[in-house]
Design a protein around this ligand. Structure first.
Ligand SMILES: *Cc1c(COP(=O)(O)O)cnc(C)c1O
Length: 390
């Protein structure tokens, strides 16, 4: 481990403050380091491993496709890409899908769609995209501009112009801003993930959806983290009773392989034409074959199970000692603690539970199929770590 650490430190760009743990294997929600120590994984590779580590069904789908054709580029038809697009449209009511490889790229596509749609319908000056303060939409220069957190912007000016931010849950402020600006679209997460696992108010989301519809401003929902069953619905917007024009997703859809998607609703389904956008790896058959095996299993029974486990976590932690509040939706949970979140995460890691942070909170993103007894074991350890004095 110490050799690996020093090679990594010497040769890998220093963008990540890694935990001092090397994971070498795992199964489901349990992973093992190089000494054989077991950890319960409450992070799922940041909401990516929807069915945990080395999930059999996903693995078999991936291996089967790997043995047929691993990549052909988008110059040719491949079956998994078309089948996944159909499945996504059938399950969401969206009309067309653009595939890419990450959340940031999915949002980039959404933003391009918004700019082109508005330019054609209202004029090229209608280019503003409104996003929320405390949001997170990615790390490219354009999605950084969309991200409503100044500290991400500081060192990378100038960012892509045309983005303005407004407070979450203040419909009047957003509507006022949208009318002042020449607005193409509103982009938001229904549950702000990196911002601290905070669900938007339903009333706010519905008001904004109605306003956007009325003004022919596109409503674009970033489901990169909230999507694919994580919130207890297939996509979190479904909990809010709205119909977005664009839904972006990534993370959990691929089950562990890089895959992103921008789903285009009725209004914008034909906005992108030949040559308007593209991606060499986008719609990769191996990633798509794995994704089909993930989506096919996110059915009503699984979603009910996600909600049941969510209720269990909320009720176990809500009034626990050292816990100030619990927020989030489904298996996307933020815990505000008396002790600093980073210390809780460290204590839990020593005791065999891997947790994440989001802002000042402890964040949990367990696999959707985490077994109840494994979940209970992890929550007990987290609870104890929260209750302890410094
Ligand atoms: C993680 C995340 C992104 C960025 O996804 P990448 O795959 O890292 O580019 C965008 N939006 C939200 C809401 C995210 O959680």
């Amino acid at each position: 481990m110490s050799e690996l650490k020093s090679i990594d430190k010497e040769y890998v760009a220093g963008t990540y403050n890694r935990f001092p743990v090397e994971i070498v294997s795992g199964k489901g929600s349990e992973v093992f380091d190089e000494t054989g120590k077991r950890y319960i994984d409450m992070g799922s590779g940041i909401a990516v491993n929807s069915f945990g580590i080395a999930d059999e069904t996903w693995k078999n789908a991936v291996i089967e496709q790997l043995g047929k054709v691993q990549h052909m580029s988008n110059l040719y038809y491949t079956e998994p890409c078309a089948r996944l697009a159909k499945l996504l449209c059938e399950r969401t009511g969206m009309k067309k899908v653009f595939f890419c490889n990450s959340g940031a790229e999915a949002n980039e596509c959404a933003i391009k769609v918004a700019r082109k749609y508005a330019a054609e319908k209202k004029g090229a000056e209608y280019s503003t995209v409104i996003t929320l303060q405390n949001s997170f939409h990615g790390r490219t220069l354009t999605t950084l501009a969309a991200t409503g957190q100044e500290h991400y912007h500081e060192l990378f000016q100038p960012l892509t112009p045309g983005f303005v931010h407004t407070p979450a849950n203040d419909a009047d402020a957003l509507i006022k801003l949208a009318k002042e600006q020449k607005t193409a679209a509103i982009l938001m997460e229904c549950v702000q993930g990196e911002g601290g696992v905070i669900a938007l108010e339903k009333d706010f989301v519905q008001k904004i959806a109605a306003f956007a519809e009325e003004e022919d401003i596109l409503l674009m929902i970033d489901e990169v983290q909230t999507g694919n069953g994580r919130s207890g619905a297939l996509y979190a917007y479904m909990n809010f009773g709205i119909t977005p024009d664009v839904v972006t997703t990534a993370k959990g859809i691929g089950g562990g392989l890089p895959l992103g998607a921008a789903m285009l609703g009725e209004k914008v389904q034909n906005v992108l034409g030949f040559g308007d956008h593209g991606s060499t790896f986008g719609g990769n058959p191996v990633a798509c074959a794995g994704a089909i095996s993930i989506l096919e299993r996110i059915d009503d029974a699984l979603l009910a199970d996600v909600c049941k486990k969510s209720d269990y976590i909320f009720s176990a932690l809500k009034d626990a000692k050292g816990v100030r509040s619990v927020s989030g939706m489904g298996l996307m949970i933020g815990i505000e603690t008396d002790r600093p979140a980073a210390e809780i995460v460290k204590t839990c890691m020593e005791r065999g539970v891997l947790c994440l942070t989001a802002k000042a909170k402890v964040r949990l993103l367990p696999a959707l199929n985490v077994p109840m007894d494994v979940l209970a074991e992890a929550i007990e350890i987290i609870k104890r770590a929260c209750a302890e004095e410094e």
